[in-house]
Structure formats: C-alpha cells, structure tokens
Design a protein around this ligand. Structure first.
Ligand code: EPU
Length: 339
C-alpha cells in the first residue's frame, strides 16, 4: 500500500487552482490499493479526487484525499459495428478521446478537450456540442465503500440525465469509479447540428466530414470560449442551464426579449442559456480580488491566481441571487462544492 503523506497542498490537483490542503493524501493505482487505503483511513473524512476539474474546494480537507491514478486503455471486445473499449478511471479524458480518434473509433469527438478524468465523466454525464457521455457508455466498474466490493453499473443503472447521474444523487460518496467501458462505432454518426460546430467547420473549409475534423472544430471552439485551466483556474460551467416550462419561457421573453433559450428534445421545456442570464445581470468580466467571471463566457467562474475557495463560492452565491432577483430563475450549481 502507498504511504499517505501529510499536509499536502491540493493546488495542482484541482483545475480551479485553489490552495486547499489535505491532512493526508495518497494516490492509488489499483482497487486493492484503494481498499487498503480506505482501511487505513478508518472513520476519517475521505475525498476521492479524479481530475479535479469539477470541484470547488471551499476549505482544507481534514481527512484523507485519495487520488485516482488507475490507468490503462484496452480494447475488450469487437462486433461488426462497434468496438468496446475500457479505460482506467485515472486516465486523462482529453487524452483518451484523442487516443480513440487516432484509431478511428467514433463517438467521442464532440467531447474533445473536456478537462478531467475518465472516471469523473459518468459522475455528471459530461456533455458538449450536442453529445452526452450516456450515448457512448456501456458499463462501469466501481468500488462500493459501504459493502467493500466491486460492482458493475450498466447504462440503466447510472440514470443519466442532464449533467446528472445516480452518483451525484442517491449514491453520492458511496462508490469509487474504477474503470469505464465505452461502446464506440466503427462507422461514425456525425453530430454537427450545434450552430457553433457548423460555423467552425465552414471556417476551417472542411469538405469531407470526419471525426478528426469534428474534434478539431470542437477543440477550436473550446479554446476560443473557455479558459485553459493551465493558465486561468476554472472548472468549466459553474452552473447548469436551467430547464423551464415553455409557458414560463414565453412569459419571460415578453419581459426580456434578449433572453436565450433552446427547445428541450422532449418538446415541453426550454433550456435557458445561464451564461446569458448572468451576462444580462452585468457580471461578465467582473473581478474581485482574484475571483472573477470569465470575460468570454459568463457561465465560467475563474481564479486569476490566489482566490480562496470561499471567495469563488461567495461570488457564485451573489451571481445566483442576482439572477433570481432579476429573472425569478434559480440557478443550480454544476460544480461540486467540497465539503
Ligand atoms: N451566452 C451568452 N453569454 C455568455 C455565455 C453564453 O449570451 O456569457 C449564450 C451564447 O451566445 C449561446 C448560449 O448562451 O447562445 C449558449 O452558450 P454556449 O454555446 O457557450 O454553451 P453553454 O450553454 O453556456 C454548455 C455547457 C458546456 C458545453 C457547451 C457546449 C452546461 C452547464 N454547459 O454551455 O459545458 O461545453 O454547452 O455544448 O450545460 C461544462 O459543463 O463545464 C461545460 C463547459
């Protein structure tokens, strides 16, 4: 078993770049190491960390932080139309996507360059540019903290929703994801309906559509709109886009003609662009100390260097309060706040 170290700064291990400390810290690269470390930790508070790209550390962790470093990518099965690929939860997501694209395994191209790890992806059913993880997911293996055994979750078991899964709700903090198996296509199905992608592909002058071209377009869009965590601390969208009934959207639009909403696939609801609501409340580009709102995408809160988790958290609370006051819309956080 690896020996836990004491009083470790987590600044390099969360993309917000918050300098919170862990009382104890250790990585683990196998399920056995995880089980041993959990045993060692006893009843201490524990936090399992993946890529650290969707958390806000509000304070130090007075317990043990366990960093998932389970690696490996493996072709586990192949059918006439599909390949089945298993990846360790500690693999970097963007590198895994690039690996699959390099082998012409299709399905992940719209999810290119999302920060974080493979194991964190199912937690919140990551999605971008018209594709969600659920559409390429076969199953995952997870360690049950309560029962101390390995469990397999199929697609149905995960109850994926918009940035949502059982692991965010009913089973919160009860399982550690160890590996994820994907069902990828040998022949691609292209998803290019998202306006930004069409524009970018045109700008790139792409004639023969391919998963490589889509991936390049997605990467270019993300680079232009979203801050690179290596340069400016952030965890992507801080809030979810609120989903409201069409009737409520119609009323809002009478009062606020500039409001942006997209019809939900099921027809009854509208997904509001939260970034737009935040922008309309005047927050875009706002900065207080080192905590701020990104100037090219108001849905992203940023740490310009030494903001504390509490400062970012408070800014988020103020933003949500002002959106509620102006539009009567309650923003739900997308980022997980710890503790
Ligand atoms: N908009 C504004 N002002 C802003 C930001 C956005 O007016 O400051 C408008 C845009 O003009 C556009 C609409 O809002 O009409 C939507 O913006 P965008 O396409 O940038 O996407 P988003 O809804 O803000 C979501 C995801 C992103 C994902 C993109 C692309 C959520 C919470 N966020 O953002 O995911 O990359 O769509 O699919 O669903 C993440 O989850 O961390 C994340 C970055």
């Amino acid at each position: 078993m690896p020996t836990p170290i004491e009083n470790k700064s987590l600044k390099q291990l969360n993309t917000f770049g918050i300098d919170a400390r862990a009382r104890y810290f250790s990585g683990f690269s196998t399920a056995e190491e995880l089980a041993d470390l959990l045993e060692w930790a006893g009843s201490r508070r524990r936090l399992i960390l993946g890529g650290g790209s969707n958390i806000l550390l509000k304070e130090d962790v007075d317990g043990i932080v366990l960093h998932n470093a389970i690696r490996g990518i493996e072709l586990v099965n192949e059918g006439p139309e599909h390949v089945y690929v298993r990846a360790g939860a500690g693999e970097n997501w963007a590198a895994f996507v690039a690996y699959c694209i390099g082998r012409d395994w299709a399905g992940l191209e719209n999810l290119s360059l999302i920060p974080g790890s493979v194991g964190a992806a199912p937690m919140q059913n990551i999605g971008a540019y018209g594709v969600e993880l659920g559409s390429v997911f076969l199953e995952l293996d997870a360690w049950s903290l309560g029962e101390r055994k390995l469990c397999t979750f199929t697609l149905g078991d995960c109850e994926f929703g918009y940035r949502d899964s059982v692991f965010k709700r009913r089973y919160r903090d009860e399982f550690v994801i160890l590996s994820v198996t994907f069902r990828l296509r040998k022949k691609p199905i292209f998803h290019t309906a998202y306006g930004d992608i069409q524009q970018e592909l045109q700008r790139m002058g792409v004639r023969d559509l391919s998963i490589r071209a889509i991936s390049e377009a997605v990467i270019a869009i993300r680079r232009s709109k979203l801050p690179d965590p290596a340069q400016i601390g952030n965890a992507g969208s801080f809030f979810k886009n609120p989903i409201i009934p069409n009737a409520q959207f119609a009323q809002l639009r009478e009062k606020f003609p500039d409001i942006v909403g997209f019809p939900d696939p099921l027809g009854k609801n509208t997904k509001l662009a939260a970034g737009r609501l935040i922008e309309q409340c005047g927050w875009k580009g706002y900065r207080r100390g080192d905590a701020g709102v990104y100037d090219r995408q108001a849905l992203v809160l940023v740490n310009y260097g030494n903001a504390s988790g509490k400062e970012i958290y408070r800014l988020g609370e103020e933003i949500a309060a002002s959106v509620e006051k102006k539009f009567g819309i309650v923003l739900e956080r997308e980022v997980n706040v710890v503790p």
